[in-house]
Design a protein around this ligand. Structure first.
Ligand code: 13P
Length: 227
């Protein structure tokens, strides 16, 4: 399984260095990707773990204050990049057009984009789940999707302790599979060592995108053993 760990905006430098020391004791045969906060990308030194980033610029290098270009990420040995995470869509008003540009730039550098899609609570209540997912995936029409991973992360499940029913999950993932026949499909949103047995009953999940759990290493070890 592909397990992607999204640190979000967490850890100071010393905490990150300590995290890496502790993380190196983790034992697993799953394929791991760690996405630290950007300042720590250059400090990454975990063996047998791939480096990911939480975002990428729509621009090449140049006069773009605060941006990090895909070529710079590549020079740091970044292999994966989250794009279109719901927190960036919401807090940074990211548009579909920008997300598409980010994917283009990443692919040019050989970095695998992990496109995050998923409906809000309101959209779920209105029965618009599949429509939203389809719209968010439509930016991929011009890409070869075998080099793009998709994370289904319902917004209402992030950090809430709630997860979709297996029927909801399977319906969403089947619809994503239809649009992206060759992509690896991840699930994200309140994944924990306590609900992994339940989530495992979905036949369509090929990996997980972890938020909170990525910072709790003892629980992460238990989770990795169960999944
Ligand atoms: P939680 O696992 O904390 O719900 O976060 C999920 C997430 O947003 C990962 O990108």
């Amino acid at each position: 399984m592909k397990i992607v760990l999204n640190h979000k905006c967490n850890l100071t430098k010393d905490e990150f260095l300590n995290y890496q020391r502790e993380f190196s004791k983790i034992k697993t045969s799953h394929s791991l990707v760690v996405c630290p906060s950007s300042p720590y990308l250059a400090l990454f030194n975990l063996e047998n773990v791939a480096l990911g980033t939480q975002d990428a610029s729509i621009y090449e290098t140049g006069a773009h204050t605060g941006d990090i270009a895909s070529s710079q990420l590549k020079s740091l040995n970044v292999k994966y990049a989250l794009v279109g995470h719901s927190e960036r869509r919401k807090e940074h008003k990211e548009t579909e057009e920008e997300i598409k540009k980010k994917i283009e730039k990443l692919l040019e550098q050989g970095i695998t984009p992990i496109l995050c899609v998923g409906e809000t609570k309101e959209e779920r209540n209105k029965g618009e789940r599949l429509e939203v997912i389809k719209r968010q995936l439509s930016i991929l029409n011009s890409f070869e999707t075998k080099n793009i991973m998709i994370a289904y992360e319902p917004v209402w499940a992030i950090g809430t302790g709630l997860v979709p029913t297996i029927e909801e999950l399977d319906e969403a993932l089947t619809s994503i599979r239809f649009s992206c026949p060759k992509s690896t499909l991840l699930y994200g949103g309140s994944v924990s060592d306590e609900n992994i047995e339940y989530l495992k009953t979905s036949k369509h999940i090929e990996g997980y995108l972890l938020g909170g759990l990525s910072l709790k290493l003892e629980k992460l070890q238990v989770f990795l053993e169960l999944c």
